[in-house]
Each structure stands twice: as C-alpha cells, then as structure tokens.
Design a protein around this ligand. Structure first.
Ligand SMILES: [Cu+2]
Length: 279
C-alpha cells in the first residue's frame, strides 16, 4: 500500500511540475533541466505542442484507468478475498465497449494528427527561399533570389564571447524576416545531414542528390537554435543551425550588406571542411 501511496504522491506532484516546466522553457534554445519542448515560434510548432499535450493527457488518463482496473483486480479478486472465482467467459456489452471505445479514441487522435500533417506538408507560397546545404561539418546557406551564399561554422569554445551558447553559436547566422513564409530547401553535399530547428517545428533530412523542402513562418523576432539531426560523422555534434528572425527593415538592410559580402555568380564549387573543422 505504501508503494501505491508514493505513486499517487508522485503523480500528484509531477503533473503540475510538468506544466510549469513547459512554461519555463525559453524560446529558441534548450534550457538546463528542461522538460517538455521549446516554446513554439511558428504556427506549425504551436500545433505540434497542442497535439503533444492532447496526447499526453489522453495517455495519462488511459494509463490511470488501466492502473485502477489492475488495482481493483488485485484487491477484490485475489485468492483470499474471492476464494470461488466466477466462471463467466463472455459478456457482450463489455466486449462491444472495449472494441468501440478504443476505436473512438484512435479516431479522436487521427483527426488532428492528419490535419497537422497536411499543415506541415502543404507548402504555402514562399516569401523568402533559403537553401541549406549540409556539409561535413557545417552548413551553407544560399539565397537564390538575391544570389548570394555563405558558410555557417560553429564558434569554438575558446572563441565564445560572454553570453554565447556553447555548441550552439555560429559565425554567420541564417537571417529571415518575421511573419514571412520561408521556404527551406535542403540537400547534403557529402553524406546525409538533417536540418532541424525545434522552435519552428521543422526537421528534414538533407540528402545528397535530392532536394527536400519544408517551410516555416516565424511569428516572433529572436534567435533560434537547432542542430544537424542525422548522425553524419565525427563532427556531427558541431554543426549547429542558428536562425535570426528580424523585422522587414533589418532584413532588407542585412540582404543589402550580405549581397556585397557574399557575392557569388552561382558557379562556386562546393567547399569542403578540413579534418580539424576549419575550412
Ligand atoms: Cu550533419
């Protein structure tokens, strides 16, 4: 009985704790002791979080219900409390119920699940297109509409400035405007990488010889951090993704200076990182 009491206390304290942790998780980066997902910055991510929470409550209710049934069986129908067991083998009502109720639960899950899938996969018209090329071991971002391209390498521990995140800071960030649909095209230059930014709810493989696409519409300005999410070799953990979301005016200004800084005629060969991580 002590175990049961402890279990109830644990559930009683952990559920409010879980909800509080979700609220604490800051936007755009992981937090120490974080539980739950990063705060959403796009409509897709907000829907993912909503769907995750729905499933969490559903499975919690189901698990508690099954636990209650087990406890009833253990207490009421053990050999001591119930020496002559019933010989019942069929009960139509119960059999219909335990078939129909799970079906209804699955339908309840399937409807928002498919709606979310279509939302993610239906590409809205792009305002800005960025091509992210995964390389061993850094990212190259191309802005085909403005004809420039640049590499984005992780800032090493010894070069970090005050307040910069270890393993999640890059020299050149990908910059996009706020409240605009950004089309992300991604490809691998050597092996399979994956472009993932948790706050945007995007994660898609960057495969050599094939262009994958996804999209996001960031609704808040800020800096958002992601990582390569497909084991791609020795420095897989050291090719972070940093997306800076700025207002329209700052974006135009950034594009202007980026055009000069990273000018390309589109024929530049693919750069390859040296073994020590420098280009
Ligand atoms: Cu990678």
């Amino acid at each position: 009985m002590l175990v049961l009491k402890r279990l109830i206390t644990f559930i009683g304290t952990s559920v409010p704790l879980m909800t509080a942790e979700v609220a604490l998780a800051a936007s755009g980066q992981p937090e120490p002791w974080q539980l739950g997902m990063q705060k959403g910055a796009t409509p897709v991510m907000n829907d993912i979080i909503w769907f995750h929470d729905l499933l969490l409550w559903l499975i919690t209710a189901i698990a508690l219900f099954v636990l209650a049934l087990l406890v009833i069986v253990v207490v009421k129908f053990n050999a001591r409390a119930n020496p002559t067991p019933s010989r019942t083998t069929h009960n139509t009502t119960i059999e219909v119920l335990w078939t129909v109720v799970p079906v209804l639960i699955l339908v309840t899950i399937a409807i928002p699940s498919f709606r979310l899938l279509f939302f993610q996969l239906n590409m809205p018209k792009a305002d800005v297109t960025v091509k992210a090329t995964g390389k061993q071991w850094f990212w190259t971002y191309s802005y085909p509409d403005d004809k420039f391209e640049f590499d984005s390498l992780m800032v090493k521990d010894k070069d970090l400035k005050q307040g910069q995140l270890r393993l999640l800071t890059v020299d050149n960030e990908m910059v996009v405007p706020v409240n605009k649909v950004v089309h992300v095209l991604t490809i691998g230059a050597d092996v399979i990488h994956a472009f993932a930014v948790p706050s945007f709810g995007i994660k898609i493989d960057s495969i050599p010889g094939r262009i994958n696409e996804t999209w996001f519409k960031a609704e808040r300005e800020g800096t958002y951090h992601g990582q390569c999410s497909e084991l791609c070799g020795k420095d897989h953990a050291f090719m972070p993704i940093v997306v800076r979301v700025v207002n329209e005016k700052d974006y135009t200004a950034w594009v202007e200076q980026a055009k000069k800084k990273y000018a390309t005629d589109g024929s530049r060969p693919t750069a390859v990182a040296a073994a020590d991580g420098t280009k």
